[in-house]
Write a protein that binds this ligand. Sequence first.
Ligand SMILES: Cc1cc2nc3c(=O)[nH]c(=O)nc-3n(C[C@H](O)[C@H](O)[C@H](O)COP(=O)(O)OP(=O)(O)OC[C@H]3O[C@@H](n4cnc5c(N)ncnc54)[C@H](O)[C@@H]3O)c2cc1C
Length: 288
Amino acid sequence: MQAVRYARASSVDEAITMLREGGETARVLAGGTDVIVQARERRRHIDLFVDIKHIPELMSLTLDAGGGLTVGAATPLYRVYGDAEVTRRFSALAESTHVIGGTAIQGRASLGGNLANASPAADSIPAMIALGAVARVAGPAGPREVSVADFCTGPGRNVLQPGEFITSIHFPARPAGSGSAWERFIPRNEMDIAVVNAAVSLTLAGDVVTEARFSLGAVAPIPLSVPTAAEALVGRPLTDATIAAADEAAKAAATPISDMRGTIRQRKHLSAVLTERVIRRAVERARA
Ligand SMILES: Cc1cc2nc3c(=O)[nH]c(=O)nc-3n(C[C@H](O)[C@H](O)[C@H](O)COP(=O)(O)OP(=O)(O)OC[C@H]3O[C@@H](n4cnc5c(N)ncnc54)[C@H](O)[C@@H]3O)c2cc1C
């Protein structure tokens, strides 16, 4: 482990100042479940950790009167899936956060950390993309918003500028008749990295899909938005044939690599299988 200084920010402004003064080798510390491992393995040169877990708004979880959800960037994952309303209305998010690491990891790890770490296989990012989430960012140039779908730019890379950090993730309200679902394939039952993960959010009016958003993880350098799968469903009655068309669109959009976890062929196959599963589960929820 390298020697690293530690500073605790108690407000967003204080964190901005600490990160600016720390320069290029200052790093945000949320749960530390990725970044401490990276520092210990000397994969990143870090001189200063700025702990954001003592900033109240970064540790919040708020369901607003209009039905939207705002999760503080450093809020631990157990609070996300542990909230009954989040589980009911934002099911894909609850499902994805529930399997990240184990109980100990979920007591520290955050949505902001999962997103900023920008792993192509990160579990919560496809759920956030499918649910249309927006990352709220603070920094020396002032606040801004970035759609989660546009946040990652490559493995371990994202759109954040020097000194910027995520303050919260906002999820828009769910229209009536909506359902969402997330699923991953891993060879073990738990504590593994996704071979593929998939998420969908859709809205039904009777049997017709009026809105859908799909995302796949671990099949490209970044978690993918898959608009072609949505196009196969939207405006059409939900049938086995339209679901199969969405599955095929997901498979076609996947551009995976072969590695120790899976082959290109397996990952493309899984993209279709998981897409069908999440559609069917989201539809059940939309109808419930
Ligand atoms: C045993 C184990 C199992 C795991 N299992 C899974 C799994 O199943 N699925 C999965 O997806 N991941 C898994 N992970 C990875 C990790 O737990 C997650 O990515 C977690 O969500 C990271 O959140 P964190 O708060 O700990 O981030 P940190 O480690 O604190 O930070 C991660 C990176 O993001 C930056 N960062 C953190 N917060 C912000 C912010 N608000 N704004 C800007 N930058 C920020 C940090 O500087 C760092 O570069 C696992 C890790 C371990 C150790």
